[in-house]
Every structure is written in structure tokens, then in C-alpha cells.
Write a protein that binds this ligand. Structure first.
Ligand SMILES: [Zn+2]
Length: 495
């Protein structure tokens, strides 16, 4: 009979500075899928779970999938919510005999009771299964990987792409290593090295820049007989935690002095090239001036608001960029999302085609990204906010913005939503009647993920800093728990 394997997915990227605490409702509004329901939704898509199941089928495992749960990035996760998520995993482990455990995690979960959520989950699991049970985890490459996680998980494999397009592949790699471990063929453990930085200076982007060569070097090192996975984690700078920042992990066996030395060479490169910032962070006025003058030849101008990225815990209601585009008279443009559940609700009781006064956005914390905009708008459409992705990141996966409306203000169609989500798929506009390709200017909230679907249709891409919560100007954030000195908050001797 095949191995008995417990699988689960729990993902949260916690922005410690967010005023919005993360409770059960926050998870329910993204997804909390138990067992078979999770497999039905995620088992054939580009997900870690699909990769786990691929390998499970190949080796005739008996898979017991407990749950898949995620909340959009937001503030600290309540301890009681964490207990609610971990409970079914722990009770399933207590009630059954397993040969191995395989978890799809993010790796930047900060709880109101302890700042290493994933480490705490692993600690609870180990307290039941002991130290011998093989445990493999996958991580987002924006994980802050703690020493505890490395000590308690034998196998760690992170995404190797940003935009993240290798979730299923990562799941497969971790599952294959777990299989060899359960079979007694190998006995891996994981080491980590780090640098005193909030994050890799380019957030680990892999479309251009130095991470391409680093990943290639990691891939080459993985070819050695005693090396099973090398992961380069950019870290997550919006987590105000002791073990923040870039790490390199090696899951292997044998000569750990050599593995550590290899990891140090990659970490050195991240440190030595910490001033090589690839993005040019424009002000919103600079971005609006480019938009006003833009002549589309090969496609629209895509403006990414880096700082208000809901995918990193930005509130999604920053108004600085929208205000600048309206002031500059930019026309034939679309903008999304603007998170404002109050306005979305009001628009749902308005007749399509009517003109209404709204006070839009900027309501969570005006000191990050601007206050509310008083606008007269025309209501174009309303919907329940549901979409199904068709791009490289979320093909076939459903999602929801909650009650949603499209309004026209000046020459701009604005997607007003209730639930904050990063824009990373064309369907997040198309499902609501906005075709990005037929616009002259597309303004969206995302740091990097948008590139997977939007670069192919863009004539030009620019990035701006609206001053919202995920601003790359880290000196604006009230860090208290990160170790000092740390780059870029502090000066280092060699520059
Ligand atoms: Zn990520």
C-alpha cells in the first residue's frame, strides 16, 4: 500500500503595519476549503496542492487533504483564527497514522500572539508527531524564513519565479523529495543563511535583473546528488519581525559546510548588489504627465501603483494616483481596483447610467496614499465581483472582489470593489466589462505580479509610488521589531 500523507495549505502574508486585523472572516472572504472541496477547486490548477496530488498519484499515496485556506494580505492574524485554521490539521494527525506531512504555506504569517506563524504551526505538529516524521513545506519566495521553520521542517522548497507562475511545479518538487524521504532513500534537513536587509532590493523579481543568474546557480547546485532543493527567498519587508529579510535555504544531506558556503555566495550577491534597484519609482504627478502625453502604438500605457498593492497588504484605497490622473485630464483610461465597500454598496442601489456624487477611497488611513476624493461619476455597471482568471498565475481559478461597480469619472473608468485584491489577471477588468487592451492607459495596483498578464498587451509599463502603505520608502514605516542595523533603514560602513 502507498504512503499515507497528510496535506494542507494555509497562506497568509501579514503586513504588520496594516490597521486591518486578520480574522476568520478575512479567510472566509478569500477561501477556506475543506478536503474534497479544496481538491475540486484547486486540484487541477496552478497550485501547490495540484503539485502534491500529481506526485501522490505517481506514487499511489493515500492523500488526506485537510484544508486549503488563504486570506488576502492584511494585518496580524488573531491567535483564535490561527487556532481555528490549525485545529483540523492537528486533530487529523491525532486520529490517523501518517508516513509524511506536506504543507503549502506562505512563510510570512505574523500572529498577534507570536510573530512566526508557520514556525508555530510546525511546532504544534511536531509536538504530536515527534521529530522523526518527515515534514515538507512549500513557501512563497516572499517568505521570511525563520530558524524555527528550518529546524522543524526537513524539506523546504520556495517558488523560483516572481511573478509567481511555478506553484504547481514547486508543489511537485517538495512532494518528490518527501517521497524519497519516506522511502528511506534520503534523509534531508534544511539550512538557512540570511543578510541584515528588509528584503532583496528588487523583491526577488525574476523577469529581469540579478535574480535570473541566482536562480540558475541554485538550479545548478540542485543537480548534486546530496542536494534536493535550493531556495532564494526575497523576504517580506512589511513584516515587522525579528527574522525578516532575504534568506537562502538548502535542503540536502551530506556536506553541510559546502551547502552553507554555496548559500552564502548567493546571499553575498544579494547584499553586494543592494543598491541596484531596477524599478524607477515615479511620483504620481510624473506618472500622470506621462499618461496625459502617451500615444499608444503597440498597446496601452500600464501604470502600476507599487505602494497600494493589496497583494502586500496595501489597503487598495489610496487615491493619490487616481487624483493625479483626473487632474491631468487623462482620458480613455481604466483604473482598478479602488477598494471602498461603502461606495460599492451605494452604487448597487443606483440605476445604471445615472450620475451620482460619491466620496471615494482614502478612508482607511489618509496619511498613506491620500484621503477621499469627492467625485461626480456615471454608473456604468454593477456586479457581484466574481471573476475567473485566464492568465499565467490564476488560470481557471475563481476569485471575488465582493460587491463591485464600474463608474466613469472624466475619461477614466474606475473599478470600485469591496474586497481588496491585487490586479494580476486581465479578467479582473474584463469580467466587469473593461477591456484593458482597448484603453490608452491602464492604471492598476500591483508591484510585480501584473507583469505576467499585462506586459504582453502593454506598449509601455511604468511604476509609481503613491505613498500608500507598501511604499518602497521604508523610512516612513514605524519599524519596532526588526533587528538593527538593517538595510536600507541604517547606514553600513561600506556604503
Ligand atoms: Zn510572493
Amino acid at each position: 500500500m502507498g504512503f499515507q500523507v497528510l496535506t494542507a495549505e494555509i497562506s497568509h502574508e501579514t503586513n504588520s503595519f496594516s490597521l486591518q486585523e486578520t480574522d476568520e472572516r478575512a479567510f472566509m472572504s478569500r477561501y477556506v476549503l475543506m478536503g474534497a472541496a479544496a481538491i475540486a477547486e484547486r486540484g487541477q490548477a496552478n497550485t501547490e496542492l495540484a503539485g502534491f496530488l500529481d506526485v501522490g498519484r505517481d506514487h499511489a499515496w493515500q492523500v488526506n487533504h485537510v484544508l486549503s485556506a488563504a486570506a488576502g494580505p492584511s494585518g496580524k492574524v488573531r491567535g483564535t483564527t490561527f487556532d481555528w485554521l490549525c485545529g483540523p490539521i492537528i486533530s487529523t494527525i491525532k486520529q490517523n497514522k501518517f508516513d509524511g506531512i506536506l504543507l503549502g504555506l506562505h512563510g510570512a504569517m505574523d500572529l498577534d500572539c507570536c510573530e512566526d506563524g508557520e514556525g508555530e504551526l510546525l511546532r504544534r505538529i511536531r509536538s504530536v508527531v515527534g521529530s522523526d516524521m518527515p515534514i515538507a513545506i512549500t513557501l512563497d519566495s516572499h517568505a521570511n524564513v525563520s530558524r524555527q521553520m528550518c529546524k522543524l521542517a526537513d524539506i523546504i522548497v520556495s517558488f523560483k519565479t516572481y511573478p509567481h507562475v511555478d506553484m504547481r511545479h514547486t508543489g511537485r518538487q517538495a512532494a518528490e523529495i518527501l517521497h524519497r524521504t519516506m522511502a528511506g532513500e534520503i534523509k534531508p534537513r534544511t539550512i538557512r543563511v540570511s543578510r541584515p536587509m528588509l528584503e532583496d532590493v528588487n523583491g526577488g523579481r525574476t523577469d529581469i535583473g540579478p535574480m535570473i543568474d541566482r536562480i540558475a546557480a541554485a538550479r545548478a547546485y540542485e543537480q548534486q546528488a546530496d542536494v534536493f532543493a535550493v531556495s532564494i527567498n526575497a523576504g517580506f519587508a512589511s513584516a515587522d519581525v525579528a527574522e525578516v529579510g532575504p534568506t537562502v535555504t538548502v535542503t540536502g544531506q551530506g556536506d553541510f559546510a559546502a551547502h552553507t558556503a554555496f548559500a552564502e555566495t548567493i546571499a553575498d550577491d544579494i547584499w553586494n548588489r543592494r543598491h541596484e534597484v531596477l524599478n524607477d519609482y515615479l511620483s504620481v504627478d510624473e506618472a500622470a504627465a506621462i499618461a496625459a502625453a502617451y500615444e499608444p502604438v503597440e498597446g496601452p500605457l500600464v501604470i502600476a501603483d507599487y505602494a497600494d498593492n493589496p497583494g502586500a497588504g496595501g489597503y487598495g484605497d489610496s487615491t493619490n494616483l487616481l487624483g493625479a490622473l483626473l487632474d491631468a485630464g487623462v482620458s480613455n483610461a481604466c483604473f482598478g481596483p479602488m477598494v471602498d465597500g461603502e461606495v460599492a454598496k451605494k452604487l448597487h442601489s443606483t440605476v445604471v447610467g445615472e450620475r451620482v456624487h460619491i466620496v471615494l477611497g482614502g478612508k482607511t488611513d489618509a496619511s498613506f496614499g491620500g484621503g477621499p476624493l469627492a467625485l461626480e461619476v456615471e454608473l456604468v455597471s454593477v456586479s457581484d465581483g466574481r471573476f475567473t482568471g485566464d492568465g499565467p498565475m490564476i488560470h481557471g481559478l475563481g476569485g471575488s472582489f465582493g460587491p463591485t461597480a464600474v463608474v466613469r469619472a472624466g475619461g477614466i473608468e474606475i473599478l470600485v470593489v469591496t474586497i481588496a485584491r491585487q490586479i494580476l489577471d486581465l479578467q479582473q477588468f474584463k469580467a466587469f466589462g473593461i477591456d484593458p487592451q482597448s484603453n490608452r492607459v491602464v492604471a492598476l495596483k500591483s508591484m510585480q505580479h501584473f507583469r505576467a498578464a499585462f506586459e504582453p498587451i502593454a506598449g509601455q509599463v511604468i511604476v509609481c509610488d503613491s505613498g500608500a502603505l507598501c511604499t518602497p520608502r521604508y523610512d516612513r514605516l514605524p519599524y519596532r521589531n526588526v533587528p538593527r542595523p538593517i538595510f536600507p533603514l541604517d547606514q553600513f560602513e561600506n556604503g
